[in-house]
Design a protein around this ligand. Sequence first.
Ligand SMILES: Cc1cc2nc3c(=O)[nH]c(=O)nc-3n(C[C@H](O)[C@H](O)[C@H](O)COP(=O)(O)O)c2cc1C
Length: 291
Amino acid sequence: MNKKMNSSFSASAAIRSRKSVRTYKPLLLPAEKKAELEEFATSLERPFSPRVRLVFLDEDFFQARTGRKIGTYGVIKGARHFIAGVVEKGAKDLEQVGFIFEKLVLYATAMGLGTCWLGGTFKRSGFERAAAVGSSEMLPIVSPVGYEAEKKSFMDSALKVFSGSKKRKPWEELFFNDNYDSPLGEDVAGAYAIPLEMVRLAPSASNKQPWRIVKEGTEWHFFMEYSRLVNRSVGFDIQRVDMGIAMSHFELAAAEEGLHGCWKLRDRASLPFPEAGQLRYIATWFPAPAG
Ligand SMILES: Cc1cc2nc3c(=O)[nH]c(=O)nc-3n(C[C@H](O)[C@H](O)[C@H](O)COP(=O)(O)O)c2cc1C
């Protein structure tokens, strides 16, 4: 595989250029590209315990296993390859699969490939069969991977307009200093301004951008603004996947800035910012001690 690419992969460049691609050239990936993606997928570190399997499925394999074509309700056109995210059920399972899957999405982006997170518009049962999902596992999300077509399908263009996919919320709605009433300025964020900006640019289900981050001293508390509508429409807390994506962007961009640390769970009772309204606590970033 291309080791050079793996080590020089710029996550922030990939974050800035990634977008949902729903129309593909009907081409198979060269074997070495597929192998490179698969190898990258096995090397990923994870913040929580549940095991994740990233399963590569191409149209022929899918048909052989299920007797059916890959189904995405017409949302994805032309794609010959998909990746399914399968996670062992357990605490922080959905955050974990979001965290890991996004790293692969960004790596694919850096390789010049298109992807599109799908949590709702795909036929889950066929994918579950093709990926041999066990009773202790779940398959919340999939993505096509391949070469973007020059001309978008009608559905692709319509979905982009419908989801307002280019828009992102401003800083003052997302990042806070000490309490929810005090927006965090870029000057106060200091070196963490870039990791926060990378969170702001992240993809999310229905583009709801549920992440809310509160700075307390040197710690960064991640909360989720829960939308009943978004989560109920798919039947599980898909916004916890969004939170895993946000954590992934934060950690990758922080590492590029030389800021290292780790994820920990604060005891809810000891949180300085209690869960309020629809705000649910997810995890805290603790910077590594300097030196
Ligand atoms: C967890 C998750 C689930 C998603 N599910 C779907 C889906 O089922 N169908 C779809 O067309 N897009 C889906 N999307 C794509 C979002 O609509 C898209 O990321 C968002 O509108 C921002 O646009 P962008 O990805 O082009 O930046 C999903 C995104 C995420 C992160």
